[in-house]
Ligand binder design. Structure first.
Ligand code: LMR
Length: 330
């Protein structure tokens, strides 16, 4: 009897570390948009590839729609190693670097080809590692698209926005962009925007076709201007210590997964931008405002002075690389 008990205890002891080792580690990926968006689909593809290649060791748990945390918290959580992956908009890194402000400058990038050209340039790639010392490693860029202006009342000229409250991502440049047209910028988490529009706490906002459509902002924003005045793109990020702790082989698998997921997500972004614009244009309640060349020149004249103001913070070389990338599209 005594021997039997000892044998059982010994077997349990031997099995214990094996069962621990067999348990896959859960990696958290937090984001704030719907699963049916470029970022949502990229996240699902990333999870699928990681689990297909390393499912015995890693599981990816996706928290969409800001259900776990908003993006500003997610950037802090990545820096502190509380979560492993996030894909915040490039406008949400203000507390960590000033260089990414280049993406917020109004009317800098005329199209997504210019954005892509800059991101793939040495200057754009160097931004991915600009926060490593603070615990954040950029793994790549994901597109959403160019931003459009919308409001609950007709507008055409910059002065038409005077006195209106506009929701912004928490970014200094975006704050100044709306102050330049005498509107009041209201920093707010993405998840709160729909309700704030419904309650008329804000009268306008700026976002991409995909976000305006997937979050039904158009229900309270019947006037949408095809302004293409800014870019909303993402940086996929991870925690530096977690990234370093991986074996070379596992890191290679993660890089493979992220590379494929980004390729897929970027293709989705391109298709959705066209599709969701078309859906919005076809809606009886939505008025699509197409600014004339002269009107666009007016918007640019009031907003573009921000380039000079932020050039020292961004860095002349980074700004020049972005301008070069933009010039190739003109
Ligand atoms: C926003 O806050 O408007 C965006 O960052 C949302 C998103 O992630 O597309």
């Amino acid at each position: 009897m005594k021997w039997n008990l000892l044998r059982v205890a010994l077997a349990a002891l031997l099995a214990w570390p094996m069962s621990l080792a067999a348990e896959p580690k859960t990696l958290v990926l937090s984001h704030v948009v719907s699963p049916d968006t470029p970022k949502g689909k990229m996240a699902t593809m990333f999870k699928t590839i990681v689990e297909r290649k390393m499912g015995d060791r890693f599981r990816v748990e996706i928290h969409p729609n800001g259900t776990l945390m908003d993006d500003n918290e997610a950037v802090d959580a990545i820096a502190e190693g509380r979560i492993q992956f996030a894909a915040p908009s490039v406008s949400k890194f203000e507390a960590y670097t000033q260089k990414l402000k280049v993406f917020d400058l109004p009317f800098l990038f005329p199209d997504m080809a210019a954005v892509n050209r800059f991101q793939q340039s040495p200057a754009g790639q160097s931004l991915l590692t600009s926060m490593t010392g603070q615990g954040i490693v950029g793994l790549g860029y994901l597109h959403n698209g160019l931003k459009q202006l919308s409001a609950n009342q007709p507008f055409e000229k910059p002065q038409d926005l005077a006195g209106l409250k506009f929701r912004i991502m928490n970014s200094d440049v975006l704050k100044k962009q709306f102050q330049a047209v005498d509107a009041t910028p209201v920093p707010m988490a993405f998840a709160d925007v729909y309700q704030a529009l419904a309650e008329d706490r804000i009268q306008g906002q700026e976002n991409t076709w995909s976000n305006i459509y997937s979050k039904r902002f158009y229900e309270y924003q019947p006037y949408i201007m095809e302004s293409n005045h800014g870019v909303l793109d993402y940086m996929v990020i991870t925690n530096a210590a977690f990234w370093q702790s991986l074996s070379d082989e596992d890191r290679h698998h993660f890089q493979y997964a992220i590379g494929n997921a980004l390729g897929y997500g970027n293709a989705v972004a391109k298709a959705k931008s066209t599709n969701d614009r078309g859906e919005l244009q076809a809606m009886p309640g939505v008025n699509l405002i197409r600014p004339s060349r002269a009107d666009l020149a007016d918007w640019q004249a009031v907003m573009k002075p921000l380039w000079d103001e932020y050039a020292p913070a961004i860095g002349e070389a980074t700004l020049r690389a972005a301008q070069d990338a933009a010039a190739a599209s003109l």
